[in-house]
Design a protein around this ligand. Sequence first.
Ligand SMILES: [Zn+2]
Length: 81
Amino acid sequence: MIFEYCPNCKAYRGFKRHFTIWTLILVCLTWGAWILALPFYPKRCIVCGMLYDEARKINKKRKQKEQQQENNENLNITPEK
Ligand SMILES: [Zn+2]
């Protein structure tokens, strides 16, 4: 499990791969071959189900924005809108 800030929950949440009973059935149907596909399952927020990749993208954007604002404040320039 990975911990990351979830923009949807607005809190730090655990992210992990979500397996269902269908995952298990697929593994049985394919004689275990489906196990090879499991690492490709996306990690999701355990509370709201938001994708880990998506949460990270939003966090990155927010960090860039914050940094930009900081730079603008340092240079005493008001951001254009
Ligand atoms: Zn969440």
